[in-house]
Design a protein around this ligand. Structure first.
Ligand code: NDP
Length: 388
């Protein structure tokens, strides 16, 4: 029996992970499940999977969670310290699927066990990729990508020499506004941005897909995960979302990974790795699909892509500032305090304001990353206030 823990179990990635694990009750012992505000769902999952521990990230969730799990024997805890404590409990495989920079500390802690971290939380890599990967190396732990693009690259690289890689191409669906004229984007509403043409995901990543901030994070994630220089990482709009990524080699060959837009594919790969087990996703019928389309991702239309390039070039604390500013801007858009196009403006302005701090950053430490995160949120808030 493999011991597993799921951080962010109540979210979109968490639910898909729970679904896969629930299909094989004899295969897994669930050490811990964590959630945020959705305490009712966390309790249901903990009961269904007979988890050892259920943790809500917020103190106020403790009493309702305790009540919902009364008499089950499942341990209950709440708060940030409890999340970190859950990461210290011995598990062979841990899913990191908290949304946002909040996923960084539990991920870093889980790596200390020297086991496997399945990483959906892309913000960890964007914010502090060098720290996370160094932690994995120091403890001989394995980090497996769960983002579909990075899982695809990882699979295309099996048995290959990374030095023979000429380029990595990650595809982008183009999100909710793929076919909107540029002019209309100014008036895009929250509701418009929350509808993804292909994927069923959490609200935040769905909006990030519409602005291509999700793709921007993935460009940085690719650099951090695979160590390939930024100028060898490309993105292309692929409306069908069936090819998730391609790897180009020195001989001109391009290896593409195809699969249905169902995150259980990438999660299942990470769960069964290094083997391939059965994963209950639709099988592609290529004749029925007929054709696949591609178009260039225009950086003028998608400033997030330009910002990602600037962040990769700057290095140091630029990723932490970028993630924090993007999260503050996204919060403000969700609260309907700023417009859709303002998000990129806020991130751009925050990076510019803090360019001196970024240039002076040197080697990353957890303390410097946390300080940069706080400073960037404060700075972004002043830029947001100026727009209201
Ligand atoms: P969701 O918003 O659906 O779920 C987020 C999870 O994190 C929930 O369990 C939520 O709890 C919990 N959570 C929210 N805030 C906090 C916090 N401050 N501290 C601790 N836990 C918190 O997100 P997704 O599942 O869509 O995404 C999760 C991660 O995976 C993100 O980093 C995303 O970029 C990445 N990802 C997602 C994909 C997808 O298809 N959804 C694809 C590839 C990557 P609750 O809901 O109970 O409040």
């Amino acid at each position: 029996m493999r011991r597993v823990t799921i951080f962010g179990a109540t979210g979109s990635i968490g639910e898909s992970t729970v679904d896969l694990i629930a299909r094989d009750p004899d295969g897994y012992e669930v050490v811990a499940l964590t959630g945020g505000r959705n305490v009712g769902r966390l309790a249901e999952q903990a009961k269904a999977l007979n988890a050892g521990l259920a943790v809500t990230a917020f103190d106020e969730g403790y009493a309702p969670l305790k009540e919902a799990l009364a008499g089950t024997g499942i341990e209950v805890a709440a708060g940030q310290d409890a999340l970190i404590e859950a990461a210290t409990r011995s598990a062979d495989w841990t899913m990191s699927a908290i949304v946002g920079a909040a996923g960084l500390l539990p991920g870093l802690e889980a790596l200390k066990q020297g086991n496997t971290l399945a990483l959906a939380n892309k913000e960890s890599l964007v914010t502090a990729g060098p720290l996370l990967m160094a932690q994995a190396r120091a403890h001989d732990a394995t980090v497996l990508p769960v983002d579909s693009e990075h899982s695809a690259v990882f699979q295309a690289l099996v048995g290959e020499d990374i030095n023979a890689v000429e380029r990595i191409i990650i595809t982008a669906s183009g999100g909710a506004f793929r076919d909107w004229p540029d002019e209309a984007l100014k008036k895009a509403t929250l509701k418009d941005a929350c509808t993804h043409p292909n994927w069923d995901m959490g609200q935040r990543i769905t909006i990030d897909s519409a602005s291509l901030f999700n793709k921007a994070m993935e460009l940085i994630e690719t650099r951090e995960f695979f160590g390939v220089p930024a100028d060898r990482i490309e993105t292309v709009i692929h409306p069908e979302s069936l090819i998730h990524a391609l790897v180009g080699f020195a001989d001109g060959a391009l290896m593409a990974h195809l699969g249905p837009p169902d995150m259980r594919h990438a999660i299942g790969y990470a769960l069964h790795w290094p083997d391939r087990g059965h994963v209950p996703v639709d099988r592609l019928d290529l004749a029925q699909i007929g054709q696949l389309n591609f178009r260039r991702a225009d950086p003028a239309r998608y400033p997030a892509l330009r910002l990602a390039r600037e962040v990769m070039e700057a290095g140091g604390l630029a990723g932490a500032v970028f993630t924090a500013a993007k999260e503050a801007a996204l919060d403000a858009f969700i609260a309907q305090h700023i417009g859709f196009l303002d998000m990129a403006g806020v991130v751009d302005a925050t990076l510019t304001t803090l360019s001196g701090e970024i240039a002076a950053s040197g080697d990353l430490s957890l303390d410097s990353v946390i300080a940069a995160d706080h400073l960037a949120r404060k700075t972004a808030d002043t830029h947001i206030a100026a727009l209201r």
